[in-house]
Ligand binder design. Sequence first.
Ligand SMILES: Cc1cc2nc3c(=O)[nH]c(=O)nc-3n(C[C@H](O)[C@H](O)[C@H](O)COP(=O)(O)O)c2cc1C
Length: 257
Amino acid sequence: MQKNSTANILLVALIICIACSVIVSAAAVVLRPMQVANKALDQKVNILQVAGLWQQDQTVEQMFTNIETRLIDIEDGEYSQLFAQDEFDQRQAAKDAQLSIALTKEQDIANINRRENYAKVYLVKEQDQVVRYVFPVHGYGLWSTLYGYVTLESDLNTIYAIKFYDHKETPGLGGEVDNPRWQAQWQGKKLFDPEGAVAFQVKKGNVQANDVRAQYQVDGLSGATLTSNGVTNMFHFWMGENGYQKFIQRHADMEDV
Ligand SMILES: Cc1cc2nc3c(=O)[nH]c(=O)nc-3n(C[C@H](O)[C@H](O)[C@H](O)COP(=O)(O)O)c2cc1C
C-alpha cells in the first residue's frame, strides 16, 4: 500500500481514533470512583459550612464527627431506617417514581414536579445535644433549580444559615444568592408566624426595620425578583405541609433524638 494512499490515511486515522477512545473510556472508568468521592466530600464541606462547623485546620472527617446524618420520612415526619444514609441519593430519589410523589399544580409551589419521600437531615451536636438541624432544599428560580441547605436552630423556627451549592442563575443577578453579605441577613430570621404558617419571605426591595414582618424577611436581590420569588417559594414548599413541617412539629426542641 502506498504510504500517502487514501486507504493508508484512513487506516491511520481509524487506529488513532480507536486508541484515543480507549484512552478516554479507560480514564472515565478509572476516575469515576474518585469523582464520586470528591462529590461526596464537596457535599460534606457544604454541610459543614452551613452548619457553622467549618474550620480550615481540621479534616472534613474530623469536623463531621459532630454531625449525625439521619434519614426522615417526609410524609409522617419520623426518622426512617429504610436505607443506609450512604446508599440514599436524595436528588436521584426525586426522579424515581418508586421513591417520590408527583405534585399537583397547587402543591408544586417550588416548581419541582416531584417530591422525594425521604430526606437526609443532618443533626449538629454539641455534647450529645442537637443544637442545629441542616435540611436540604431545592426549588426553581428563573433559569434553573437551585439546590441548597438551610440550617435551623433547635427551635426549628430560627434560621441559622443558608447555602446554595448548585444553580444556573445569572451571575450578578439571581447568582447573588451566593453572596455571603446577602446570606448573612438570614441569620436569626423566623420561618413561622405564631399560628404556625410559613411567613418567611425574600422581600421585593429592602426590609424595613420598623415593619412587624421584618423578623420573617430578608432583602430582595436587586434586578432579580424572579430568583428571589423562587427562593421564597422554595421555603414555603419545604417548610410547609408537603415538606418538613411534620418533622418540625414533632421535633422542635425535643431532646430525645
Ligand atoms: C440576560 C438576563 C439575565 C437575567 N437573569 C436573571 C436572574 O438570574 N434572576 C432574575 O430574577 N432575573 C434575571 N433577569 C431579570 C428578569 O428578567 C426580570 O427582569 C427580573 O427578575 C425582575 O426583577 P426586578 O423587578 O427586581 O427588576 C435577567 C435578565 C436578563 C436580560
